[in-house]
Design a protein around this ligand. Structure first.
Ligand code: F6P
Length: 424
């Protein structure tokens, strides 16, 4: 879906949202949080609980994704009254706990001393009925939305999803809560890494999260003054990266900052993984690109390079105000959709509005960075290398005139491309 879809299209989307189940009065709802955590989960939980309680509904929280409906432990489903959600909007993590190993369609069940992937969806639907729940508000990413849709096919009455991921790569919504906080954390780290890079004249390679999409690298890289940004959507060439680094040192900016998404790929190559997927985990674990790049850059340029992996720091901490607001807008909208319609689907921000979109629009793919977007163009205009294009005429000038005279025009024989330099 385009970022600036016209309003009419939004309303058409909302109208077409899938109608599951029949219109029924809501009295009691459940909330769960699934997949990797993201700052803002608690703000959504509080907003859903308060707006539901204010309508006279009862609210319960299911612990650790769907596990709380499967394990039968007494404290696995907890009442979410006003006391339970008091003072949590600014807290990171989730008071309900989460897991990315809890897919009820391949849940680990002990059989003959082995854990076997087993479909326990019937148990969830039965437990949902026993608890007399009318609807579920499911906070999660594409995995959680896909599970929600399949559970409804098995008999769960209604689900409204709320899109969560720091990676910001969920289809159907312009933005997910948690992303802005991750970008702020990463930008702060880049500011700090600038000073140590400068002090040691080093190249700092900063590996950030972003499995299949480079949103965190792109936004924090531009905000934090990176020289090179490498994202999964733009396969990179090592020589182009090194060309930019050499340019930095030739210009006597004796350090460089490279931001690389964990899922970035060298042209013609594959992303690097450090742990394989097993039967129960949502995904294999990416990692290693930062280290590899630092070694390669050092070997190719002779400049000392160090790698820093920001990792789960990006998922932690208090949500920034943008995420707190977005989280609460989405949480309250989820309850309004439950109250005012009989539809299921995921709440999404499109064109500044919060609408409800069918799960079908969300699952089965991701929303990557548009490589022709103005944000990418902004990076290129600033002289940031994405590891794909040559850096322009700058080196031609150096070759023709030497470093001392960088203000002269390139010789007539040099390519007339725009000078993409931009020393920070
Ligand atoms: O939340 C998404 C994400 O942050 C990815 O960018 C990352 O690859 C993944 O989660 C790591 O998750 P975990 O370490 O919890 O498996």
């Amino acid at each position: 879906m385009k970022e600036d879809a016209p309003k009419q299209e939004l309303h058409d989307n909302a109208r077409q949202a899938v109608a599951y189940g029949s219109p029924n009065m809501i009295r009691r709802i459940a909330i769960n949080t699934g997949g990797g955590d993201a700052p803002g989960l608690n703000a959504v939980i509080r907003s859903v609980a308060l707006s539901a309680l204010n309508r006279g509904w009862q609210v319960v929280g299911i612990r650790r994704g769907y596990e709380g409906l499967i394990d039968g432990e007494p404290d696995s489903v907890i009442p979410l009254d006003r006391d339970a959600v008091r003072g949590i909007a600014h807290l990171g993590g989730t008071i309900l706990g989460t897991t990315n190993r809890g897919d009820p369609f391949q849940y680990p069940v002990e059989k003959d001393g082995r854990r076997v992937p087993t479909d326990v969806s019937a148990r969830i639907v039965q437990r949902f009925r026993e608890l007399q729940l009318d609807a579920l508000v499911a906070l999660g990413g594409d995995g959680s939305m896909s599970i929600a849709r399949r559970l409804m096919e098995r008999g769960l009455p209604r689900v409204v999803g709320v899109p969560k991921t720091i990676d910001n790569d969920l289809r159907g919504t312009n933005v997910t809560f948690g992303f802005a906080t991750a970008v702020a954390t990463t930008t702060d780290a880049l500011d700090k890494l600038h000073t140590t890079a400068q002090a040691h004249c080093r190249v700092m390679v900063v590996e950030v999260m972003g499995r299949h999409a480079g949103w965190i690298a792109l936004h924090s890289g531009i905000a934090g003054g990176a020289d090179v940004i490498l994202i999964p959507e733009i396969p990179y060439h090592l020589d182009r990266v090194c060309e930019k680094i050499r340019e930095r040192y030739l210009r006597r900016s004796d350090f460089a900052i490279v931001v690389v998404s964990e899922g970035a790929k060298v042209a013609g190559g594959e992303a690097l993984y450090k742990l394989d997927k097993d039967d129960f985990k949502e995904h294999a674990v990416l990692g290693g690109i930062g280290d590899r790049l630092a070694r390669e850059i050092e070997a190719a340029t002779g400049r000392e390079a160090r790698a820093v992996v920001l990792g789960h720091l990006q998922r932690g901490g208090s949500p920034v105000s943008f995420d707190r607001l977005l989280a609460q807008r989405m949480g309250c909208a989820a309850v309004r959709f439950l109250a005012q319609s009989d539809r299921s689907g995921m709440v999404a921000q499109v064109g500044g509005e919060i609408i409800l979109i069918p799960f079908e629009e969300v699952v089965g793919g991701i929303r990557g960075v548009d490589v022709h977007s103005d944000t990418i163009e902004t990076g290129r205009d600033l002289g940031i290398s994405f590891g794909d294009e040559p850096i322009g005429t700058f080196l031609n000038r150096v070759a023709a005139h030497g470093v001392a005279d960088l203000t002269r025009e390139p010789p007539a024989t040099a390519p007339a491309a725009a000078d993409a330099s931009g020393v920070s």
